[in-house]
Design a protein around this ligand. Structure first.
Ligand SMILES: O=P(O)(O)OC[C@H]1O[C@](O)(COP(=O)(O)O)[C@@H](O)[C@@H]1O
Length: 401
């Protein structure tokens, strides 16, 4: 293995750690992600920077340090998608980077404190500060509009879908900033999105009607879906219907790098994720399930651990990585913006998404902001959970936090 070098302010060079050889798992990645057919994309990348330190590998150009960016991946290196979808992803990743910068900004706390969207500050011409989820919504809207590839965007933040372009081949549904109530404590948040084809057979309808019907497509028809996790790393995880893959943002280059190709959720985990302060509002079946796995008396003879961040994307991402089940048993999360995209991702990683009774992706949405109980996770855990039958929380007594 060749040593790597860190350059501070492009002038001072020293080995890191001193007198040792750098761990090439960190930079550049040891694993090679030479995915796909196009050999010209198999080029090694030699430089990166971490925390203001410039890092360069001394490997030669024939070395084993090549890796694949999201744009290379969708640009035919890894997956066969249409040029239109490549353009759309270029704009989506740009929006993700802007939101990542926003949620990490030292100035965002003054945004989140006030509500009220677009109204101006009284007695002044300035716009009132907007909450972060509204700003994130605007960032995504402008990115989708600029892509020219989106007919309609339906967002959890908007009452009705927004028609963007008659010729746009895609429909995008999104929760622009899920978990934003956690932002003041710097707890992870996320963006969720789903992409459908525009239903051309509806083109003759009035705008409002076709916007709404296009956005109410069943999850079975998703062309792609994804989330962006804003945490210690910014991770964009996506599926185009053949595997689920995660890309980590390299802040030094602005590229999302393929770090988790073909994610496979473990068939069985040992973690359940739920707001269990609600235990006494749960139905009998869910209580029995949790009591059982807590004690290690379920089909898997180990005591489960509880983890609950209360930020859907973060809880889901951990579940995808480690297995187990992430759930919100009450009618809270949205079918269109949250449940469908995440179910698509977990299914393409080998897991399952359910409302406690059946498969999420088979449901036909009837309302844009329709809420439902949501259970996502490892196939064996999900099967065991559903076998308890009665797991949907019917009582939903207006929790305040
Ligand atoms: O209060 P509960 O039932 O634990 O719900 C928490 C869930 O709600 C969310 O905060 C989303 O709620 P909002 O859509 O109202 O922001 C998720 O991130 C989280 O998983």
């Amino acid at each position: 293995m060749m040593p790597s070098t860190i350059t501070l302010s492009s002038s001072i060079n020293f080995n890191f750690p001193p007198n040792s050889r750098i761990n090439s798992n960190i930079f550049p990645p040891k694993k090679q992600f030479f995915v796909g057919r196009s050999k010209d994309l198999r080029r090694p990348r030699m430089a990166s920077s971490i925390g203001g330190f410039r890092v360069s590998s001394q490997m030669g150009s024939g070395g084993e340090s090549g890796f694949c960016t999201l744009m290379e991946y969708v640009g035919k290196a890894g997956v066969d998608v249409s040029d239109d979808l490549v353009v759309l992803f270029a704009h989506l990743q740009y929006a993700a980077k802007r939101i990542a910068a926003l949620v990490a900004s030292p100035f965002n706390s003054s945004l989140g404190k006030q509500s009220g969207g677009a109204s101006s500050v009284s007695g002044s011409d300035r716009d009132a500060p907007k909450p972060l989820d509204i700003v994130s919504n605007e960032i995504i809207l402008s990115s989708l509009r600029n892509s020219g590839k989106v007919a309609v965007m339906a967002s959890e933040e908007d009452d009705a879908p927004i028609w963007l372009s008659d010729g746009g081949p895609f429909v995008v549904v999104t929760d622009p900033l899920d978990g934003s109530r956690n932002i003041d404590a710097s707890i992870p948040t996320g963006t969720i999105f789903g992409i459908y084809n525009r239903l051309v057979e509806l083109d003759h309808l009035p705008v409002e009607e076709k916007a709404s019907l296009n956005s109410l497509q069943s999850g079975n028809r998703l062309v792609a879906a994804g989330y962006v996790l804003y945490s210690s790393a910014t991770i964009l995880c996506t599926s185009f219907g053949s595997g689920t893959h995660a890309f980590t943002l390299d802040h030094s280059t602005g590229d999302f790098i393929l770090t988790h190709p073909s994610i496979k959720i473990p068939p069985r985990g040992q973690i359940y994720s739920v707001n269990d302060a609600r235990y006494f509002d749960w139905p009998e079946g869910l209580r029995r399930y949790i009591d059982t796995v807590r004690q290690g008396k379920g089909r898997y003879p180990k005591k489960y651990s509880a983890r609950y961040i209360c930020s859907l994307v973060a809880d889901f991402h951990r579940t995808l990585m480690y297995g187990g089940v992430a759930m919100n048993p009450r009618n809270h999360l949205r079918l269109v913006y949250e449940a469908n995209p995440l179910s698509f991702l977990v299914e393409h990683a080998g897991g399952r998404g359910s409302d406690g009774k059946g498969r999420i992706l088979s449901l036909q949405p009837v309302k844009l902001h329709q809420r439902l109980p949501l259970f996502l996770g490892s196939s064996e855990d999900m099967e065991e959970l559903e076998s308890y039958g009665d797991v949907q929380q019917k009582v939903n007594p207006g929790y305040e936090v």
